[in-house]
Unconditional design. Sequence first.
Length: 1117
Amino acid sequence: MDEHDAGGPAGPDVEQVMWQLAVDAAGIGAFDWDLRTGALRWDDRLLTVFGLTREQFGGTIEAFNDALHPDDVPRVSAALERAIATCGEYVAEYRIVPPGGEQRWVAARGRAMPGEDGTAIRLIGAAYDTTATVDAEARIARILEAMPTAFFHLDREWRFTMANSEALRLLQRPRHELVGEIVWEAFPAAVDSDFERHYRKAMESGEPVGFDAYYPEPLEAWYEVRAWPNPDGLGVYFNDVSARHRAQQQMELIAERDELLARVTTELTGTLDPSEALHRLARLLVPRLGSAAAAALVDTAALDGRFAVLRQVGGWHVQDETDVRGRTGAGSVQFLPRELMAALDRDRVVTDVSDPTLRAALVADALPDVTGPVVALPLRGRERLVGVVVVAAPVDADFSEEELDTLTAIASRAGLAIDNARLFAEQRDLAEGLQRSLLSRAPHPEGLEVAVCYEAAAHTAQVGGDWYDAFVLESGDTVVVVGDVVGHDTEAAAAMGQMRSLLRGIAVHAEEGPADLLRGVDRVLHRLGSQTTATALVARISAETDDQGRRRVRWSSAGHPPPVVRGPDGGCRLLESGADDLLLGLDPSAERTESTAVLEHGGMLVLYTDGLVERRGEDLDVGLDRLCDTAGHLVLDQQEPLATWCDGLVARMVPADKRDDDVALVAVRVGEEGGVPGVEPGRAPVREHVTVMMLPAEPTSVGRARQVVREALREQGTVVVDRNGEVQPVEDETMLATSELVTNALVHAGTSVLLRVTAGPRGVRVEVQDGSAHSPVPRAHSVTSATGRGLRMVDSVVDRWDVWRQPDGKTVWFQIGVPPGLDVAPDQPSTAPVPTRQVVLCEVPLLMHWAWQEHAAALLREYLLLVLAEDPAALETHAAASDALDLLREGVPAPPAIDGGPDAVLSIAEEGPEVAAEVVLEVPERSVASFAALDRSLAAATAAARAGRLLGPPTQPEIEQLRSWLCGEVARQAVDGAGPRPWPGTVAPGGVRRVVDEVVCAGLLEGAGAALLADEESVLVGVTPQAAALLGYGDVSDLLGRPVLAVVPPRFHQAHVAGTTLHATNGRDVLLDVPLQVPVVHADGEERVLGIRVSAHRVESQAYFLATLTPAVAPPG
């Protein structure tokens, strides 16, 4: 017998033994119930489980029922009947009570066996003892029931299978209602919430999850949840953490309150103008603490002792939840009875403003649209009430106690800040009034126009020792004087008054020449024992003229800066004697030198103090050269008063906010004999409102310019008569045009800006002078154009505008109506030629250059906004780069298709042909360095765009090559003196099309926020960084080029296709109706609800679709 034969018979025995061992180990007993005879047979193991002997067990179903716990008999009998009736399975778990033993648990499974007729004839099965398992589960249930953490269990069908007492308490449901119910039906607010998202994620992934979530009514609580999946379903542990969240919110509110208080303090202490301080306060309060705010200052004057005067200084009103519109209600005056003012002064915050008089004074005029709750915040200074701020409650809400406490704290700080500003203003006004009271008005000698000007230092409330004087002697000669007493305090001002009176008295009494006059002052000072020391300059202008209308001037200086003579042609020179005469008050025997000069007809003599020319760390000669240059280039209009020219000179030499020293100035202009230039004999010059101001190169200057224009127009009540003979105000048009011109000057020139406003009852003229010689270029509107649209608006709202070029810059002016003395616009002043360097650009690709210009302008502007807050010098760098761009825009011709608009360029770009031309640029010498700034700025902007920090796309390699070549050619030819090299690049088929596409995308995405841009092929061609972040992507490049359906649902795609069809039929931009909130695919693969709105745009034959995304406020209904 071989091995196989020997092993064959043994196989079944081994398997049988193994099976028997397994059954014995598990303690499983078998049963067989013959349904025809009723005999029930149990094996020995089953008898052991039930604790019976074969003699004790009767072998019938009744004997089995007797062994069961009475409460379980109905349930087990029902399970047997179902199995017999269906010839199916029998499953049951029940309790048994063995004779003389403890209660035990048994689990049984079996099957009914059918006979020939299909009905059950036998039921066989097995059973085993589960007492240990049931006891363990009971212990676990007891533990879960006793623990302080809430717990419930959900089965695979999302039904509650158990919940402990803490869970029932927090969920506010009894056990018999909760167990067996589906969670989404029991708690419908959990659907589409964080609860459902995390529960399903845990069930599907098999990984535990933890999260915090809020459940609304009726629970209204925050929960900290931990969910663990298991084979039977999901176990959930949770705690009510509402108190913790309230504490966190309270901490955030406290931090926000502290931050707001700190910001209020910073803003209010940053200005010494009470009106401006309240402007800032009103804006800080809206929308953080209210929907609107208005501010008023309390005037110190009283009417008949019965009224207090409230002067409204403006306010802010919120238009929606985020947007704030401009100041309203400024300038009006209200009269408040003293008793109501006293009531305001008593309370820390007035929450009841229902009194008609009080509401009319505080609310009706400043906040006419407010009907809801309003509080008044009295602003108290050290001794009295200095102002009132009225705040309207947030929309559809009332003020909370915390908000009222914050408003009260803000009012306390604001009151002290306003009081400080008021005290400073009073001290400064007093000091300046004292100073001016010591100075004289300009005389009106025959044939001469004399103008005087005095400007105090910017950041001081002290009086100083600068003075001027002008008077006519009995002989008819005119004497003009400027001087500066050493010191800057009350003692210096008193000494200045004595010195001025002393000099004037000696001059009138003796009628001596300038040198003798100074010697006489020196002797008197010595005789009186005065310790005063001063510089001075005296000039005496003869009353007689020669046959050419010229006048002789004699002058002498006591250590004072030399006077300036301006010729009729605008040329300026210093009158220097070559002598270094001592200051007054040092040596009474000092030699005094007298010099003589001639003033031409139409010429001018200018005397000034050192505050006009001196700068810290700068040589005096530099300041004197700057004075001559500025005085020569500053336009002298024969139709306007000389004082206006003097104001312009001071403003341009020393801007008001940078004036470290007082400035005194006297100017004398020689005119027609017996009269003043430009004025009829016997008639005084017209003194319309003329404001000249130097604005620094910073963004806040635009707002300052608007304020200056507004004040000028309101002071004059300027109106114009339209074509229909109706009187129309001009404030809106003037402020719009001013904003555009000042913004252009600041952004494209990067220098300080001289603003000049001439307003009268019938019109206004505004001039904006900057340091860039390049003219602004009006451009047609297009989705691809990034700049140049502002001048189109200016042209549409003003009557006339033009540009004057000057060697050191340009003046852009506009006129609405007929300003005083400007019925006819003056001619452009003649200017000296500007030195230039010639640069030849060979084979310039015009189409690509046009597209590059559009893209470069957009990149530069957006990059400036990105870095301006961190780098104040960025404005100057941007201006230099814009200077180079403007030169190229003016010098490089546009492609032929530009005449048909940008869309025509797109049409040509479809075919890929390029147009080349040779361009000769005349680059001003001072603009050569601008091309290096352009190269650096565009490189930095491109890097920022590639990093996703800008909305616009980065440039393509062709663009990079073109930029490098253009800037490099200017450097090679203008700096190194090398010869021209032709454009080395080539344009691949469709390359221009791709560049133009970038320009289109940048134009459409500009200012769109979180947005996606798709083409007609349903491919994403533009993505903003905000949209990428909202969709969970780290970089815009992760989305570019992907199909639309990878991100947005089919319904968007259907709207997309419908929009394409619509474009094909009507060719207009349209807005497509798309659901307000739809699910979009997040980077993690999940769908998340976002708001979406789609607009379609057509550029030539191309259609683009812009989807703007916003976070959803609530789940969709």
